[in-house]
Every structure is written in C-alpha cells, then in structure tokens.
Design a protein around this ligand. Structure first.
Ligand code: KDG
Length: 322
C-alpha cells in the first residue's frame, strides 16, 4: 500500500548535555520533522511511501535525502531549492528541568518556499492515504497553499486524508491564528489526530470532553478522531464508539518523535484492518519506545519490535501481580 505525505524535514541539533545553549559545546546531529518521521515509521512498518518535501542544495540536504533513502522512504518527488535546508536546535532541561525547548532556524528555508506547483499529481496515483500535520500549513503562505492543493488532489484521487493538528506555538502563537490556518484541514480530514495540549490551546475554557465536542463540530468529514494524551494514554472516537487505552509506563529520555511514531503506527494498524483498540495499543507502544531513546525517528519500531515490547510489558505486569 502506498502512502504520501507533505512536510518539512530538518536537521536537528540535539545537545549532549542539559542546560542553556550558550554553554553547550557538543551536539548530536539528527534528522527530524513530524511528517518525515511519520513516513519513516510507516516505511519500517512495511508501507511504500512518498515524501513531498524540499531541501537545500547543501550538505544537510544531502544528509536528509540519504537518510530517507536508507529508510526506504520515496524521494522521487523531493525538490531541491536554492535556499538552506531547515535546521533547529533543542535546549534540554533549561530553564524548566523537565522541558525541552525547540529553537527554529528555518525561516527562509528550502521548504518554506514550497508551493502548489511543486506537487506532481502523479505521486497520488495508487496511494491509499495522504498524511500531513498542522506544522506544514503554518510555515508560510505558499506552504499553506501547497497543503490545500495536496488535500484537493487527495480528494480528487479518492485517497483517505489523515491530519494531525500538531500545533507548534512558535508558528501559531494564538488559538485564533491556529484556528484560521487549520480550519480547512480539520474540516476535510477523514482521520483527525490531535493532542490534549492542542485541545487545551484551542479551547482553553473547557474540559476535555467539551473540547473534543468542539473539535468534532469542526471536523465534519472525520470518520475517526484520535486524541493523544502522552503519559495518560490515548483515545479514539468513531461514530458513537469511544475507546480509551492507557499508556505504557517508560522512562522518558527524549519525547520528541513519540507522537509521530504514534501516528505512523496508528495509521498503519488502521490501514491493515486492525481494530481501533488494537491500533491504539500498538500506537501507544510505539510512542513509548521512541520516548525512551534520543532522536525522533531512530527508535521507530518494526512490527517485531512492537510485539516484543508489548509482550515484555505484559510479562512485567504478570511478574508484578505474582
Ligand atoms: O514531532 C517532533 C517534531 O515536532 C520535531 O521534530 C520538529 O517537526 C518539527 C517541528 O516542525 O516542530
């Protein structure tokens, strides 16, 4: 099965020590960016993928393309632009000990000029799913128009659309701006994924159930709404059914990429016909595995890894009960 995605993939510079960046001398270089990470995740789970993105004609761009190729993510439609590949830094554990701050150096990046003309409709032929997130239309007006074009093509080709609200406050600083940019995409997605943090940001006055109700009113085409709640687990709504699955308890080393691994695994499970509950169990497991190690995509699991993790957790529970 073929899946297509659109988004920016960047170089992530991840400090090896916690603390203020002005005193960090050593960084690990990683590859990150939500949609690209989802594509790597789905490729590892056996899907054939095409990733629509743009990188610069530079060393970082080469590094990204080599990584996508080594992960068997399709790069046939990647554009090379005369601007630098996007970069971001992490600042870990400072000033809030448990938090990681994301510092973007992506304004004017190669992907920021991606436009509808950069999308070759050919890539939608034979696809079963198109996935993107709220980061992509928030990057620039041309990126927003490109996302609209991708939605249009997905609809034309009868391809299911999955959209993760994925609100980044550095890109969408208020609920009003977020709603203005995301509205069209929330309305048209058939699979809508969100997070508890995004719901709180969009509908600050309300409790979770009411927030989900507000989102459902906007999501007029959604067959499935999924809410990621991190350490609390995840929920899915389909028609009148609501399923909740608790999270696996792991020691969080680097939570970035966990939500993307969740998306990749949830979408893969649903496409393969697994039940909603089973899909959430696998997706929670993927999120837990990725949160337990450094880097966004590196620990993204295969089916074998997922089975091993889940059976080990069950074994652990049994040991505790005994
Ligand atoms: O999902 C993790 C991503 O948020 C991170 O890698 C950076 O995609 C990113 C972004 O644009 O914030």
């Amino acid at each position: 099965m073929n899946v297509v995605s659109l988004g920016e993939i960047l170089i992530q510079l991840n400090p090896i020590n916690k603390g203020p960046l002005r005193h960090v001398n050593l960084f690990e270089r990683h590859i990150a960016g939500s949609e690209g990470t989802v594509m790597i995740g789905m490729s590892r789970l056996g899907f054939s993928t095409e990733f629509l993105t743009a990188v610069g004609d530079d060393e970082f761009g080469k590094c990204i393309i080599a990584t996508l190729n080594s992960e068997k993510v399709g790069t046939n439609f990647v554009r090379i632009k005369p601007y630098p590949t996007g970069v971001y830094f992490l600042q870990r554990g400072y000033p809030i000990p448990e938090k990681t701050d994301v510092l973007y150096y992506r304004k004017g990046s190669a992907f920021s000029v991606f436009s509808p003309e950069d999308i070759d409709p050919e890539c939608f032929k034979d696809a079963v799913l198109f996935h993107t997130s709220g980061i992509t239309p928030a990057l620039s007006d041309s990126c927003r128009l490109a996302t609209l074009r991708a939605f249009e093509l997905a609809k034309e080709y009868g391809i299911k659309i999955s959209f993760d609200t994925n609100i980044r406050r550095k890109l969408l600083p208020t609920a009003e701006t977020a709603m203005k940019i995301l509205d069209d995409f929330i309305r048209d997605a058939q699979i809508l994924i969100t997070g508890q943090g995004d719901l709180e940001f969009l509908f600050p006055e309300q409790k979770l159930e009411a927030q989900i109700g507000r989102l459902m009113d906007l999501a007029s085409n959604a067959e499935l709404i999924v809410v990621k709640m991190g350490k609390e687990g995840s929920m899915a709504y389909k028609g009148k059914d609501k399923i909740y699955v608790p999270a696996y308890k792991v020691e969080t080393v680097d939570e970035l990429g966990a939500g993307d691994a969740f998306d990749a695994t949830f979408l893969s499970s649903i496409l393969l016909g697994k039940s909603l509950e089973e899909s959430l169990v696998y997706a929670n497991a993927a999120g837990a595995i990725v949160a337990s190690s450094i880097g966004d995509f590196e620990a993204s699991p295969s089916w074998k890894d997922l089975e091993l993790f889940i059976s080990f957790q069950k074994e652990g529970e049994r040991r505790l009960i005994r």
